[in-house]
Design a protein around this ligand. Structure first.
Ligand SMILES: Cc1ncc(COP(=O)(O)O)c(C=O)c1O
Length: 372
């Protein structure tokens, strides 16, 4: 089996802990345990027995997750180690080498790389900047063949932060339905909308949907490694069967803390704190960009802590980000990681001072490297 390097994750894995300023994160400044839990919950954690727990996720946790979706009950929910594992299990258990997968690009490139390594024929369609990072639905329609088993989208999208319009969602469902194809919808940024209007899940809108979610992004809890699949019961069951071969179970500590994080009042507290941070940081970043309009084009994200900008100077994005890393100790994601040179993805979800200092390093780099 040949597998492509997952460029984005590889670069983060290699360098994120060695640079002084890491602006590659697509999530929002993580919570500490003491910011999240009260004393009695901490005490309960200290007394928690470290067994395996329920391997598909505790009943309480799956019930809380199911409430985030229309027409879902706990039997539709299957928990995983991060949404990365939910994507992995969904691709592994549902696609075989002769199948075709129609995939939204740009995207978190996990599904792209994974499906290709399994011998699936991956056929991309593209979000278009001139359509406000929406897809052209004719492009999707033209890719469909009798071999198309699945359409995979990332909504809200990484890296553009765009959200599919209602009419594009409806058309995608129509296209999938005509070919009886599955929709795999990675919705891990759902809940991180800047205007607070939660993105509609594909789950509950069509019977062949696998929705992927998790606590790493909108909830600022990536260290819990809590992800999930919401799908028809037989698919949730099948995921469990495959999951017995991967990590067996999410950790019991994570399951317990995740259950508390999803209690309605705590969930609201988390999402409001994050929305406030995101709006403040985005306006700060927008001010920074406004002074450099000759260098950058930017369609602000609708959700998530990543800002995807196009630049107008002549330098390859990998060369630029490597120089920034080595000479300015600043890590940002090159557009090349998404097959889109001349773009940069900046994580704006950190604390304000840190973000400002990171932008200052970028400024210095631009002055020195491109004389801008
Ligand atoms: C769209 C998308 N899906 C999945 C993941 C994996 O996240 P996690 O496994 O932490 O939930 C990421 C991480 O950046 C992502 O951007």
């Amino acid at each position: 089996m040949k597998i492509d390097t997952f460029e984005l994750e590889r670069r983060q894995s290699l360098w994120e802990n060695t640079v002084e300023y890491n602006l590659t994160e697509s999530g929002i400044h993580p919570f500490t345990i003491s910011e999240l839990l009260d004393d009695s919950q901490v005490k309960q954690l200290l007394d928690l027995r470290l067994g395996y727990g329920q391997t598909n996720g505790s009943i309480e946790l799956r019930e809380s997750i199911s409430k985030l979706y229309n027409n879902a009950s706990l039997e539709n929910v299957f928990t995983t180690n991060g949404s990365a594992e939910a994507n992995f299990v969904s691709i592994w258990s549902n696609l075989k080498p002769t199948d075709e997968l129609v995939l939204m690009l740009p995207n978190y490139m996990q599904i792209w790389g994974l499906a290709r390594s399994f011998g699936v024929n991956v056929k991309p369609f593209h979000l278009k900047e001139d359509l406000n990072w929406q897809p052209n639905m004719d492009e999707v329609r033209n890719l469909m063949t009798p071999k198309t088993k699945m359409i995979a989208v990332c909504n809200p999208n990484n890296p553009t932060g765009s959200i599919m319009t209602k009419s594009n969602m409806e058309e995608l469902i129509e296209i999938a339905n005509e070919s009886s194809a599955w929709i795999l919808s990675d919705e891990v940024y759902r809940g991180a909308e800047l205007d607070g209007k939660e993105t509609t899940s594909f789950y509950g809108k069509y019977d062949k949907v696998i929705a992927v979610g998790g606590l790493s992004k909108a909830y600022s809890l990536p260290g819990l490694r809590m992800g999930w699949i919401v799908a028809p019961e037989d698919i949730a069951e099948k995921s469990w069967l495959y999951h017995d071969y991967t990590s067996i179970s999410p950790g019991v500590l994570s399951q317990q803390i995740s259950t508390w994080a999803l209690e309605p009042s705590t969930r609201q507290k988390i999402l409001s704190r994050n929305r406030k941070m995101l709006n403040e940081n985005l306006s700060l970043f927008q001010n920074w960009l406004d002074k450099r309009k000759h260098l950058f084009d930017f369609i602000p994200q609708k959700a998530g802590a990543m800002s995807f900008v196009r630049y107008h100077f002549d330098m390859n994005s990998t060369v630029l980000t490597e120089r920034l890393r080595k000479e300015k100790s600043l890590l940002i994601v090159a557009g090349d990681c998404f097959g889109m040179d001349n773009y940069l993805r900046l994580g704006i979800g950190s604390e304000k001072e840190y973000l400002l200092e990171g932008l200052q390093r970028l400024e210095e780099g631009l002055e020195e490297f491109v004389n801008a």
